[in-house]
Design a protein around this ligand. Sequence first.
Ligand code: ADP
Ligand code: MG
Length: 697
Amino acid sequence: MTGQPLDQIPIDRLTGVGPKMKARLADLGIESVQDLLFHLPYRYEDRTRITPIGQAFFGDCVQVQGEIVDSGVQFGRRRSFRCVVSDGSGMLSIRFYHFNAMQQNRLANGKLIRCYGEVRYGRSGIEMYHPEYRILSGEAEADAVPDSLTPVYPTTEGIHQGRIRKLVQQALQMLARTEKLPELLPAHFLRDFGGIDLAESVRLLHEPPADVQLDWSGRTDNSPARRRLAFEELLAHRICMRRLKLDVSALQSPRLSGRQELLKRFVEGLPFRLTEAQRKVYREIRADLSGRTPMMRLVQGDVGSGKTVVAALAALYAIESGFQVCLMAPTEILAEQHLHTFRQWFESLDVRIGWLSGKTRAKARKQVLEDLSAGNCDLLIGTHAVFQESVQYQRLGLIVVDEQHRFGVHQRLALREKAGSGSMRPHQLVMTATPIPRTLAMSAYADLDCSVIDELPPGRTPVNTAMTSNERRAQVVERIASACGGGRQAYWVCTLIDDSETLQAQAAEATAEQLREALPGIRVGLVHGRLKPAEKAEVMDNFKQGEIQLLVATTVIEVGVDVPNASLMVIENPERLGLAQLHQLRGRVGRGAEQSHCLLLYQPPLSELSRERLRIIRESNDGFLIAEEDLRLRGPGQLLGTRQTGLMSFRVADISRDSDMLEQVRDTCDELLASHPAVAEPLIRRWLGESSHYADV
Ligand code: ADP
Ligand code: MG
């Protein structure tokens, strides 16, 4: 076997990786065997146990096993294939909306099947939609369960979980044989981690023993393996950002010096007065924009504090100074909404606005690109498509990124890379909806300066938040009927632990179907991540126009959507979401003059911790306080699904669970850069992969 270190061994050395797979893995940032080993699971599934169906409850993710006692195609609003599984303790239906003949044949009566999935209420009692399943061939197989937790990896189109798992197994075997995983950190930085070695830590993260949950369910996760890796990862991020900050201060930027005439007209035309906080933050931004080095500023503000208008002020200032501006939002829905808002605001100011998303047709796209390079477009609004290679600006002066926490640090780095040439860089303004506790900001945004809009526009009535048990679902539905009957509009938000868009979409579809049946007089719309952008825009538009009275949605509506007439929101299974996310969602109501309500429709029984978390949401409307509490309380129960709620996309670190390490990370970073500068590069490459070269801007 080879003696090469694993970061030198290309991934196609593994069996089963051909050119196609190689390309797909490259999309995930995996090029070497080391990259694969550091492609860590973001959650685990416990398949070491089989749950009796009689003990499987709504909302649980469980593994069940039983005999198929009935199966067939069902016709309803949507055709589906259903199998009834029985294990003696109870019955459960598994349902497929996408299925083929082969699958139907395999799932025949009498077969023994094992399924893993989330338990939902469906047409026939408890159901699982599109579970992962396996037909078992005999007793021996029926008794066998894995003895470690099943890892779930971040993946991409065309690579199944099973495939990644097998590849990781190969890589782990190679690791066991060669032990060529370079330890980068000097030993004295690792003394707090019980001497656990790097290779062993990596192995444990990929295949944790079944009882590890016990170790990891405490308030702080003390598993030395995870902590050790988290420390290294946080350090890599911090080093990367420190270097960026240093690099940025050596760059030049256009010095903007607009006369603020358009700006004045704009402010005078607004239907409201700017708050003092908005003015203050704008002044901070303007000071940066007039400077010699690129602005790198983060604007924080609670939901509804009016960040958009601040972005508009900054944009106008840049445009008036003769530069182009680009505004980027993380979702199609949000980007479209900004387009709409800015068109309205800038209509009489002769600002030329362009639109670009990944779905923009070739012809329109060509036109926009031409306008941009010829300087015939002042403001480009869109999704991250606005930063594709082919987009050439004539004089880009300012980039605004909205709802930043949806973009990982990777995108931020890429953006910076693509945004300029030579030593000239445009200014950057980053806006985040989620207030960030100080410790966190220190780590996640170490490369940015920070402004806070610490005041809400006047006249807002705080949203009234209440908790309702799912057992009283019928009353909640009635409440919707009466709100919509009275001319108001409502949201119904479906949540799912699984972060697959397909499953989320299916769950939302099923809920919409139920609600349509229960509310025949109400016009129900549905929006989720699997809709085409045009479809999504149409639904949102219909909701805005009041054509749709009740909007059933997945958490895609979490960010930024602004429909003031909506005054009621039901959030199903709020216990599954992070507090910051709940606060964000709730911020979609309470935007008009009407008293708004948010109903947290939870599934009893709630754990002590869930109860405590929901209490905070119910009692507070203050995003900063909620963020602090979130940080304090997160940890237990967060082993599953940390990724979704995170502010940054870490592989193993969890900024809230590991917040106690942040100061040590900061100090170690300084020490390392001073005494072991050569470690920086390979460390960044290991954890931030490809984007390491962004550090050398
Ligand atoms: P967020 O900070 O959550 O992005 P938005 O920018 O979407 O908030 O603003 C929320 C709503 O408040 C919008 O309808 C906006 O027009 C309105 N708004 C913004 N600033 C003010 C203000 N100073 N006075 C009154 N309404 C305002
Ligand atoms: Mg916003």
